[in-house]
Design a binder for this molecule. Structure first.
Ligand code: BES
Ligand code: MN
Ligand code: ZN
Length: 499
């Protein structure tokens, strides 16, 4: 994990392997030289040399573009990196992305100073967060071509300011948590059986306030968790339900989080084609996000009880696998006819949602790489939010917006619900193909528990199938592979409930 520091040193003299400046598009249309920010204390000659160099390179301040300028006279650091911030004014997410892009481009350097606009604590926090997220590499199976930046120095006016320091602490916690989620997703599925994911949860909780409870196969059988058991029964490596909890004294509210933890999704007997399986080690991204978010909430010591439920199984075809037309009895007694074993996420999530809402939390959010239909609808950068409560859906969207994660509201149309009716059981696990993401959401809705007055627990469902795993070019603070999507939104939501 990168070391984040604050300093009031100047761009001129700061000791670093590289110093990062920001450039914004100059007002007006057309491609023209960008405007450099934060260069007031540089000599006039240095400023004009920088501007000339950027003009020669054809730089225009476009968001995310990074230009490297070696040996700039008047700057002590041997390298100046200029990162585009796009149009002014740059919002928090523009700052995160710029810091992330710069730190990614500077991999291989040890110490980097960021002279980007950190006007207040929020801006400083955004820069620190982007830098922390950008300084990542997954090195379990091979060394990084260029090691991630080790130290980031944020140049600010008031390095002792309380709010700035708190923002830096928060960025550290979020950066570490997202890295945990990314590492788990990037781990080869052969090295991450359900029991290994449970072990990772125990490991991550050690020495923190987080309590962990792991239900093994026998305990799942005792508890009637037919969904998790049914999906897991085709694998030689048995399933788990992992409960992780931060429960501080005087908690203001109770938030339940439920994560899909399919350590590998082959489709089961409804086998996926090879291309469709290539990224399916990422099918535990929801569970990874929930686990990481609980750890971050504990690190930040938020006064809110957060219970994370990781529904963990490996979906494999074998002589012991569930068959299309098998009927499972979920935790709580609902029967489900399995017509397609590749619609397994909703089966494990159903059990966990019932268990999570039986505790009568104030809110429940589930996170799942649930449907290919999500990818078709919203692509690889925008996640979907569905909910049984419009106000809560808006709260989740607001938290995501603050966190800098792209989510978009999706409906749960009543007319699609009958397509999940089964001839032989309470429900079928597949319905109309059209609107597949919404049908999956409607399936999950059936398993959200009710209050004593009969009203359902306010619930939101995050389908992150596309954004969980990046196979195309890296961008901003996002690397190839597991992205850690939803971690920061879940933490932001916990912060809201803690207020
Ligand atoms: N894990 C997949 C969904 C998925 C697809 C995630 C692509 C990320 C990228 C899920 O278990 C699945 O296979 N869903 C099926 C459901 C269908 C059989 C109703 C799908 O979307 O095709
Ligand atoms: Mn599947
Ligand atoms: Zn799946």
């Amino acid at each position: 994990m990168v070391r984040l520091e604050l300093s009031s040193k100047s761009v001129k003299s700061v000791a670093a392997d590289a110093v990062v400046l920001g450039a914004v598009r100059s007002p007006g249309t057309g491609r023209s030289a960008p405007v450099l920010l934060g260069v007031d204390d540089l000599p006039r000659a240095t400023r004009s040399a920088l501007s000339q160099a950027l003009a020669d390179l054809g730089a225009d301040g476009a968001a995310g573009a990074v230009h490297l300028l070696p040996r700039v006279a008047g700057v002590a650091a041997p390298l100046v990196a200029v990162v585009g911030l796009g149009e002014q004014p740059a919002d928090a997410e523009a700052l995160r992305r710029a810091a992330g892009a710069a730190v990614r481009a500077l991999a291989g350097r040890r110490r980097v100073a960021l002279a980007l606009p950190a006007g207040d604590a929020a801006a400083a926090g955004a820069l620190a967060e982007g830098a922390a997220l950008g300084a990542y590499a997954f090195t379990r199976y091979k060394a990084a071509d260029r090691a991630p930046v080790e130290q980031v120095v944020l140049l600010v006016d008031k390095p002792r300011d309380k709010a700035v320091r708190a923002a830096l602490e928060r960025a550290r916690a979020l950066g570490a948590a997202v890295a945990v989620a990314r590492d788990l997703v990037n781990t080869a599925p052969g090295d991450l059986a359900p029991a290994d994911l449970a072990d990772a949860a125990q490991e991550l909780a050690r020495g923190t306030s987080v309590q962990v409870r792991v239900l093994t196969e026998a305990e799942l059988a005792d508890g009637g968790y037919g969904g998790i058991l049914g999906v897991g029964q085709g694998s030689s490596r048995p399933p788990r339900l992992v409960v992780v909890e931060h429960a501080p004294k005087g908690a203001k509210a109770h938030l339940a989080l439920v994560g899909k933890g399919i350590t590998f999704d082959s489709g089961g007997l409804s086998l996926k084609p090879p291309a469709g399986m290539e990224t399916m080690k990422s099918d535990m991204s929801g569970a990874a996000a929930v686990l990481a978010a609980v750890r971050a909430v504990a690190d930040l010591d938020l006064p809110v009880r957060v219970t994370g439920w990781l529904a963990v199984a490996e979906n494999m075809p074998s002589g012991t696998a569930i068959r299309p037309s098998d009927v499972l009895t979920m935790h709580g007694g609902t029967t489900v006819e399995v017509l397609n074993t590749d619609a397994e996420g909703r089966l494990v999530m159903a059990d966990a949602l019932v268990a999570a809402t039986a505790e009568q939390p104030d809110r429940v959010v589930d996170v799942a790489t649930l449907t290919g239909a999500q990818v078709v609808a919203l692509g690889n950068r925008v996640s979907a939010v569905m909910a049984n409560d419009d106000a809560f859906r808006d709260d989740v969207l607001a938290a995501a917006e603050r966190a800098g994660e792209q989510f978009w509201p999706m409906p749960l149309p009543e007319e699609l619900r009958p397509s999940l009716d089964s001839q032989v059981a309470d429900l079928a696990n597949i319905g109309d193909r059209a609107g597949g993401m919404l049908v999956a959401g409607l399936f999950l809705r059936e398993f959200v528990g009710r209050r004593a007055d009969g009203s359902p627990v306010p619930w939101a469902h995050l389908d992150v199938a596309g954004p969980a795993f990046l196979t195309s070019e890296p961008h901003g603070y996002t690397h190839r592979g597991g992205t850690g999507v939803a971690v920061r939104t879940l933490v932001a939501l916990a912060e809201d409930l803690a207020r």
